[in-house]
Design a protein around this ligand. Structure first.
Ligand code: PEP
Ligand code: MG
Length: 583
């Protein structure tokens, strides 16, 4: 048995078998061989190529049977790469010429070809580079004798263990098969954690060294309450965790009874409690967990893990579903927040040195009005099917908001001229997630209908602490007095201007934050559907007048420790335990 510790990022406990995801970019050390070994080494490469071909053919046939034609097409493209003599012959030649191992010869040939493809103007060739890298890595894995399996081969009790699982990869996971996620990097508000919450599976992130230890098939327990990962647990530990899992299931059953009840405090103050969603299968969870509609639909997930852009019709279909599933409540659909840690697999999205401070979200949309307009057309057309509100992410300046609204107006005129049926004055709001927006909230409030505080980003930008970096997770402090001040400034500016203001960052799911944000008079809380019952429980146990007094006191404090202690005590007084003191 071996235990690792990390950050509990999506609450729960699960056990299963490790499915080790191998990194995309492998580093292979140069290994010299003797002249006598050249023949055997070349034969090894030929064998690895043949095995890879067979694997892809088998996988392609299986996928075709199950009807996912897009993935089958990708595998056809992979097979073509393997037929490419330029790649295989150059590598075989290199083994003899330079007297190096098959993996080193193949990997260096692959990297040289990738370099040539990447420099090409033609997007077709740059796209082929993605195929080449994926196929090449699989050949190298076969040479190394490491199983490089794909998600199609997942068993029913898979615990995904990876160094990193970018949102685009996480979005491709088969939701019905994954029991839990474990990554070496990441933090509570990284988008991997958010995906895990959306899948309602436990996740522990920031688990240093785990991929170097485990092998696919190892039994593993993921304790995403205490941030522990246990590989090859003893029988005793397995039994202990089975009991904890039963307790958590009981707790959930009790919470489930709250689904039908409103999020009203003991003294009758009602808040809206809505859902953050990333993908359409989550819509089913909205009702199950008793959410008042959708407070944040992260539409960029429609754009990830694919090689083309979703058409207007495809987007309309998705937004229509969200609008209809939210009724009688509203849904807030956020325009794409690409950049940061979520990228298109298209060549026109260049890598940046500092992506969280770069061409992200509304900045990307204003730079690519073609992509933006298509989304706005679909969004406006979806207003015919429900109560759709439109939200722009990462607004940092009023000019940006005005520019986005100008494009929206022009799209409205275009749709009108084409005779489409849509709401001609939908509510338009912004995410307040950049400190400049919070400080300038009074002016921004004059130009929109609502605010939603994106605390995940507001915290990282205020404290200069990357939200996805486990190494500085200790600096990422939701209860930092500076963060709390910005939240209060935003709420006050909103209310002064008769706007409603919600909060959609992950912190709302922490009972300490729930009671504090209630006391700060936030009108709406939006969180992953599975967190909603917990938030509702806290709200229903609290008194608004007392929460207001508590917030007043907390906002005077300058010590984070004192803030935590005060909030924990306030919760204890109303019979709610904070996350730290739960089983
Ligand atoms: C946020 O920043 O708080 C937010 C809700 O948006 P995202 O997590 O998608 O950046
Ligand atoms: Mg954000």
């Amino acid at each position: 048995m071996k235990e690792f510790s990390g950050i509990a990022a999506s609450r729960g406990v699960a056990s299963g078998e490790v499915f080790l995801v191998v990194p995309r970019d492998l580093t292979i050390e140069r290994r010299a061989i003797s002249a006598e070994e050249v023949e055997a080494e070349s034969a090894r490469l030929e064998r690895a190529l043949a095995v890879t071909r067979e694997e892809f053919a088998a996988l392609r046939d299986r996928i075709k049977q199950h009807g996912t034609s897009v993935r089958a097409e990708i595998l056809d493209a992979y097979m073509l790469v393997l037929e490419d003599e330029m790649l295989t012959e150059t590598a075989v030649h290199k083994i003899g010429e330079e007297q190096v191992s098959a993996e080193f010869a193949f990997k260096t040939t692959l990297d040289e070809m990738l370099g040539v493809f990447a420099a090409m103007e033609d997007p077709y060739f740059r796209e082929r580079a993605v195929d080449l890298r994926d196929v090449g890595n699989r050949v190298v894995m076969n040479l190394l004798g490491v199983a490089a399996r794909t998600y199609e081969e997942l068993g029913a009790e898979a615990v995904i263990v990876a160094h990193d699982l970018p949102p685009s990869d996480a979005a491709a996971l088969p939701r019905d098969k994954v029991r839990a996620l474990v990554t070496e990097v990441g933090s509570r508000t990284s988008h991997t954690a958010i995906m895990a919450q959306s899948m309602e599976v436990p996740a522990v992130v920031g688990v240093a060294g785990v991929t170097g230890y485990v092998r696919s098939g190892d039994p593993i327990i993921v304790d995403a309450v205490n941030g522990r990962v246990i590989v090859a647990p003893t029988e005793e530990v397995t039994a202990e965790y089975a009991a904890i899992a039963r307790d958590l299931a009981e707790e959930e059953k009790i919470l489930a009874r709250l689904a039908e009840l409103p999020a009203t405090t003991v003294d009758g103050y009602r808040v809206e409690l809505s859902a953050n969603i990333e993908v359409l299968p989550e819509l089913e969870a909205i009702r199950r967990h008793g959410c008042d509609g959708v407070g944040l639909y992260r539409t960029e997930f429609l754009f990830l893990h694919r090689r083309d852009l979703p058409s207007e019709e495809e987007q309309l279909e998705a937004y229509r579903q969200v609008a209809e599933a939210s009724l009688p409540h509203s849904c807030i659909i956020r325009t794409i927040d690409l950049g940061g840690d979520k990228f298109l697999s298209l060549p026109e999205m260049p890598r940046e040195l500092n992506p969280f401070l770069g061409l992200r979200a509304i900045r990307f949309c204003l730079a690519r009005p073609d992509i933006f307009r298509t989304q706005l057309r679909a969004l406006l057309r979806a207003t015919a099917y429900g109560r759709v509100k439109i939200m722009f992410p990462m607004i940092s300046d009023v000019e940006e908001l005005l520019a986005a609204k100008e494009i929206l107006r022009s799209v409205q005129a275009e749709l009108h001229a084409e005779g489409h049926n849509f709401d001609s004055s939908p509510e338009v709001g912004i995410m307040v997630e950049v400190p400049s927006a919070a400080l300038h909230a009074d002016r921004l409030a004059q130009e929109c209908d609502f605010f939603s505080l994106g605390t995940n980003d507001l915290i990282q930008y205020t404290l200069a602490a990357d939200r996805g970096n486990e190494k500085i997770a200790y600096l990422y402090e939701p209860f930092h007095p500076a963060v709390l001040k910005l939240i209060r400034t935003t709420v006050e500016a909103a209310h002064r201007n008769q706007l409603w203001v919600g909060v959609c960052g992950e912190m709302v799911a922490d009972p300490k934050a729930t009671v504090l944000l209630l006391g700060l008079s936030c009108d709406e809380f939006s969180a992953s559907p599975a967190s909603v019952p917990d938030i509702k429980k806290t709200i229903r146990a609290a008194r608004y007048v007392e929460a207001r007094r508590l917030a007043e006191r907390v906002l005077q404090m300058t010590s984070v420790t004192e803030i935590h202690r005060t909030l924990t005590e306030a919760l204890a007084a109303i019979g709610v335990s904070s996350f730290e003191s739960r089983p």
